[in-house]
Design a protein. Structure first.
Lengths: 369, 80
């Protein structure tokens, strides 16, 4: 491996990135996923954490351009140079440019270049690595078409990046251990149904309960949606449109199965929340009335999915309309004509029509404990 | 058969541009330094052949040219 002269590196662990524009060769969601996966390669072996920003100056600005594009290194049309990136530093430092005259692809094909592979290489430069003469290393200067499913960094790449950023210290290469299924104190961040299954989210983990298998499946959120970082606040499914919406802080995403819809994330204000609302605690859709209840603090809103607008007369107090479940909610989902509300390690089954509390259970009663 | 002269010249120009981009090759513009340029270019070809594990000959042979034509990253392999 090699580094740049004087080994420039980021003097912090939290590095921001921004995708300035997109290539017309790929879906925006696929570009975002490729970039996120490329960052994940490097964060998995260093203490670095990468956060995507959507406006203003980021440490690493990512863009597509052809020919002359404002720096001293014009691109050269199809083939030849595919991309370049600058070592850590202010201004153009860290930025990565991709040649729009190439054909960018999500998968490794012979008719184009795999954006994930090239981005992972260029981001190695953005973090301070130079080229490696080890054949097979990611930082080898020549593009090598490879199968990128479960792609692993070459030891030479790991040695290089860890020469700049000491090996993973506080954040182990794998996320903190998943809480036990039957921990009586288990709590959840968000819960939703998805095509007949029920997904329970906590941190970077998701428990997947399927009506077809008795076992609970354990996954990481990034194994389904690589560009979504965990820690959701709320989630709900609109089954009629095969859409699930995830909420985190003041943004939300829409997914259909594994694909994230383009144009997301959007600000939650675009649903009609006032700017005073900075996050949603829980959300649940009633597919009989086509209304979605959003729970924020001790109040809740009702959103009409048909008109895509908040209903009049809201917010209302949770305790006034849902007796017996307390004042705030962590998570909620609906199944078989009931709402299931979660607060702490308790779960409340409520009859949707009568809004009547049926029974109280432990939050992980769905895990065959 | 030996490459036809104009193809050879075209390859030489391509190689010069490649070595300027990735191996910090600087050609003396004045024709007074023609011999010096050739030696300097041979040195840079050797450097590139060594980086990619090719046979280090200093000559612009087929394998060396093919390697130069591979799609790659725009960052130099060596820098001043």
């Amino acid at each position: 491996y090699s580094t740049f002269p004087y080994s420039p590196k980021w003097k912090k662990e939290d590095v921001t990135y921004r995708i300035l524009n997109y290539t017309p060769d790929m879906l925006q969601a696929d570009v975002e996923e490729a970039i996120a996966k490329a960052f994940q390669l490097w964060s998995s072996v260093t203490p670095l954490r990468f956060t995507r920003v959507y406006s203003g100056q980021a440490d690493i600005m990512i863009s597509f351009a052809a020919g002359f594009h404002g720096d001293f290194y014009s691109f050269d049309g199809p083939g030849g140079t595919l991309a370049h990136a600058y070592p850590p530093g202010s201004g153009i430092g860290g930025d990565a440019h991709f040649d729009e005259d190439e054909n960018w692809t999500k998968f490794t094909t012979y008719s184009g270049y795999n954006l994930f592979l090239v981005a992972a290489h260029e981001l190695g430069h953005s973090l301070g690595l130079g080229h490696s003469n080890v054949f097979g290393a990611l930082m080898y200067p020549i593009y090598m078409a490879k199968d990128t499913r479960d792609y692993q960094l070459h030891q030479d790449d790991i040695d290089g990046i860890q020469a700049l950023y000491e090996p993973t210290r506080t954040t182990p290469s794998k996320p903190p251990p998943r809480p036990e299924d039957c921990d009586p104190h288990l709590t959840f961040d968000a819960i939703t149904t998805l095509r007949g299954e029920t997904l329970f989210f906590k941190g970077s983990y998701v428990w997947r309960k399927s009506p077809y298998f008795s076992e609970i499946e354990h996954d990481t959120i990034s194994s389904f949606w690589p560009s979504l970082i965990g820690g959701f606040d709320a989630a709900y499914e609109v089954d009629k449109t095969d859409r699930v919406l995830f909420f985190k802080d003041d943004q939300y995403w829409a997914v259909s199965g594994y694909s994230i819809e383009s144009g997301f994330p959007k600000p939650i204000q675009s649903l009609g929340f006032p700017t005073s609302v900075r996050k949603v605690d829980a959300a649940v859709h009633d597919h009989n009335t086509k209304k979605t209840n959003f729970f924020v603090g001790n109040k809740y809103w009702s959103f009409n999915e048909n008109t895509q607008s908040m209903e009049r007369g809201y917010p209302r107090k949770i305790a006034a309309d849902f007796r017996g479940i307390g004042h705030t909610i962590d998570a909620a989902f609906q199944k078989n004509g009931y709402f299931y509300f979660f607060r702490g390690s308790n779960q409340y089954q409520v009859d949707i029509k009568k809004r009547k509390l049926i029974r109280t259970m432990k939050s992980n009663s769905w895990f065959n404990c | 058969f030996p490459a036809v002269p104009e193809k050879k010249e075209e390859d030489t120009q391509f190689a010069k541009k490649y070595l300027e981009s990735f191996y910090d090759f600087k050609e003396e513009k004045s024709s007074l330094f023609k011999a010096k340029n050739l030696n300097h270019m041979a040195d840079k070809i050797r450097e590139m052949q060594s980086f990619f594990g090719l046979e280090v000959t200093g000559e612009l042979n087929r394998k060396t040219l093919d390697m130069m034509k591979q799609p790659r990253c725009g960052i130099p392999d060596v820098r001043s």
